[in-house]
Every structure is written in structure tokens, then in C-alpha cells.
Design a protein around this ligand. Structure first.
Ligand code: FE2
Ligand code: FE2
Length: 400
């Protein structure tokens, strides 16, 4: 069956040239071209669409708002954002709601591979073995209420630092854990944070929101017995990876959305490890023994036992919680980013490097076999030259 692809481009000349450029693909795709957001939504309401590609700059609600609507009305549609202005900050904010970003003008070949890439993540997270594994998990963490409240409040017109502080302050146990975390040496702040308001003012609402999520997810596993990797080790590993990914993103001038996204992705990148090792302590012990004995990568050792990896489980969970696709992608591929080549900076690149640096300096979460930095991938993305400044930003010495 032909794929149905809907294009939303306001600029008449760009729309016309796209139509003629893609005409040879008419035997593969059923294509529709519209100029306005309302026309696109009307088509979506009437018939099924597989892919929507929207220019960010439209004349009505705007391309990103349109893609947000598509995400909530038809979440299975692959969403691609496009723009002739490919500033890093634009791309990062587009990837909050789109599966992929593609700079204009693009070729038919680039568009085809972009659509294939976006579909591959969905396929990976819907495979049968992963579903069976997830179905058999006793304690699958739920999305914490406090985090949901924060997300809802921050999405409303009355969003403010005061509102966020008030929500967090309802839960005193949370407040004390939050202050303990931000004042720990791992967090690397030079001054003491004394209240949630202070934390929000200094770190920003999004960082605090990510910390609330992480703290509360870990709290759901407190008291779990026999996990072969201590909770404290995994918590520390996530926190350091998150702060390093945040520092790397900062050094790339990607704007606050990219910086906060990198922090959240780094903080939660091994959430699947938490779920697998606490729910299946004996089998996970077997994974660790096998990887040491056979010098396997952690994901290969996990696949041999569970038929899925902690990357799959973590990405599945975050996808379920509606976290942005850029974060899901970073979690899904942090050990082997080469499968997700993207030109330029991405949250995946930041988390991959931050995780590798942290594994190299403290191999307790990896049983002594740290993930190497994938230099081929970084070179292909045009990021290899930034590595020395990334090491510096993350306060690490070069590895590998
Ligand atoms: Fe990992
Ligand atoms: Fe990790």
C-alpha cells in the first residue's frame, strides 16, 4: 500500500517546486500539498495520513503548533518539521514535537531516508519481544503525579517559577530529596541551595522538573531487594551523566531547550537498567556474569537473556510518558548512536559522550566494560572536532 504523505508549506513558490521535485515518487507515495494549518488538520480528520511534513513558518498557528496538534490528535503519524532557517536552537525546539527535522531545500532522497529513520524508532519500540518483556514486569514505574502536575501547570498560560515552586513545596519529602541532590558534590554547584524557589531560580524550571521525575521514579524502587547494581550507583551515574550532557549542550550554544533536554535525557538514560535489574535481579546477575566472561557489550548481554535491552525498555517507558522524541531517541541509542546518524548536534550525541565519559571514570555500572566513544559517528555528524571542548565542558580528561 502507498504511504500517504501530507506537506504543509505556506510559500507558494516553495510548494510548487516541492511538488515538481517529488512528482517522480507518485508511484510510491500518495502526496497532498497544502498551504494552511487548517487545511492539514481537515485532511487528518477525514482520512489516515502516514507522514506529515510541515514548514515551521506558516501564517496561522505556526508549524510547531500544528505538529503539536497532530501529536495529540493522531500520535501515530510521523511528524517532520522543516525550515530554511536551520539554526541549532530552531532544530532543538522543533524536535520537542517532531520526530525529525529536515532543512529546506531538501532532495527526494534525503526526505525518503528521513521518513525511514523516523519509522525505524517506532518499529523498534513496538517489537513483540519487548512487549512480552514489558508485560512481565512486576514494578513498571508510573509517571509521578507531582511531575504530571508540573507539566500541566507549565503548559498553561499562568506558568511561572512561583507556580512551579508552590507545586513542588506540597511534598516535603520531595523538597528535602531535591535539596539533597542539588547540594551534593555530584551536581557541581558552587553555592548552597536553600529552598525549592532558589533551585528553580538557579537551575530553571525544566531542570527541576527533570529532577523531580528522576527522584520520584527512583523512589518507586526503594526497598527492592537483591538488585545486582545498587540503586545508589545507578542514581549517581544518571546524575553525573545528566550534568555532563547538560554542560556539553551548553558548550554548543543550543539554547535552553537543548540544554534542559540533554540534562533530562542524561538523567534518565539508564532508566531501563533500573527497571530490569530491580525486577529481574537473578537474570540481571546472569547478564553481568556473561558480559564479563564473554566480553560482550551490555546491550548484547541483555538481549541474550531478555531478548531486549535496557535502551529499549527505557525508551519504551519514556515514550509511554509522552517525553519528547529527541529524548526518547537519546535513551534508545545511547550505546550505539551510529544507527541514528544526524547532521550536527543532537541530544543523542551529548548523552552518548557524557555516558561514555562517566563509564570510563567509574565502571561500577558496567561491570568493568565501559562503552567506547563512537568517533566514526561523531565525525559523520560533524561533531568530532568539538570533542576536546566537550571533555573540558564536562570536566573530564579525554578517553579512548
Ligand atoms: Fe546504558
Ligand atoms: Fe549509562
Amino acid at each position: 500500500m502507498k504511504k500517504r504523505v501530507l506537506f504543509v508549506i505556506a510559500e507558494p513558490a516553495a510548494l510548487a517546486s516541492l511538488q515538481s521535485m517529488l512528482a517522480p515518487l507518485a508511484n510510491e507515495w500518495e502526496m497532498e500539498f497544502v498551504a494552511k494549518e487548517e487545511e492539514a488538520l481537515a485532511i487528518l480528520a477525514q482520512s489516515s495520513v502516514d507522514v506529515i511534513l510541515s514548514d515551521i513558518h506558516l501564517t496561522g498557528m505556526g508549524g510547531l503548533q500544528l505538529l503539536t496538534e497532530v501529536k495529540s490528535r493522531a500520535p501515530r503519524v510521523i511528524r517532520i518539521a522543516s525550515s530554511s532557517c536551520a539554526h541549532r536552537a530552531t532544530i532543538v525546539s522543533a524536535l520537542e514535537v517532531a520526530h525529525q527535522f529536515i532543512p529546506m531545500p531538501f532532495t527526494a532522497e534525503v526526505l525518503k531516508s528521513t521518513i525511514a529513520r523516523a519509522g525505524a524508532l517506532g518499529a523498534r519500540l513496538t517489537n513483540e519481544s519487548l512487549r512480552t518483556l514489558i508485560a512481565g514486569i512486576r514494578t513498571l514505574p508510573s509517571l509521578p503525579h507531582l511531575y504530571q502536575e508540573l507539566v500541566a501547570a507549565m503548559g498553561s498560560s499562568t506558568a511561572s517559577a512561583e507556580v512551579a515552586t508552590r507545586i513542588i513545596s506540597q511534598d516535603m519529602a520531595m523538597v528535602s530529596k531535591l535539596l539533597q541532590v542539588v547540594n551534593s558534590t555530584f551536581f557541581g554547584l558552587r553555592r548552597t541551595i536553600s529552598s525549592p524557589a532558589h533551585a528553580v531560580a538557579l537551575l530553571g524550571i525544566d531542570s527541576v522538573k527533570a529532577l523531580v521525575l528522576s527522584v520520584q521514579v527512583f523512589a518507586q524502587f526503594e526497598g527492592s531487594k537483591g538488585a545486582p547494581i545498587p540503586l545508589e550507583t545507578m542514581w549517581k551515574h544518571g546524575l553525573i551523566t545528566g550534568t555532563s550532557a547538560r554542560d556539553i549542550a551548553k558548550s554548543q550554544d543550543v539554547g535552553s531547550l537543548g540544554v534542559e533536554g540533554a540534562f533530562m535525557a542524561g538523567l534518565l538514560h539508564d532508566i531501563g537498567l533500573l527497571v530490569l535489574s530491580t525486577n529481574f535481579p537473578e537474570q540481571y546477575g546472569e547478564v553481568l556474569a556473561n558480559l564479563r566472561h564473554d566480553r560482550l557489550s551490555v546491550c548484547d548481554a541483555e538481549r541474550a537473556v531478555f531478548k531486549a535491552s535496557h535502551e529499549d525498555v527505557g525508551a519504551y517507558l519514556l515514550g509511554l510518558w509522552g517525553v519528547s522524541d529527541a529524548i526518547v531517541e537519546a535513551v534508545a541509542f545511547h550505546h550505539h548512536p551510529g544507527e541514528r546518524f544526524q547532521d550536527g548536534f543532537s541530544l543523542l550525541a551529548a548523552v552518548h559522550v557524557a555516558n561514555a565519559l562517566e563509564e570510563a571514570s567509574d565502571p561500577t555500572t558496567t561491570s568493568g566494560i565501559p562503552t567506547p566513544i563512537d568517533r566514526e559517528y561523531l565525525t559523520a555528524c560533524g561533531l568530532a572536532e568539538h570533542l576536546p571542548s566537550w571533555y573540558k565542558a564536562a570536566g573530564r580528561s579525554p578517553v579512548g
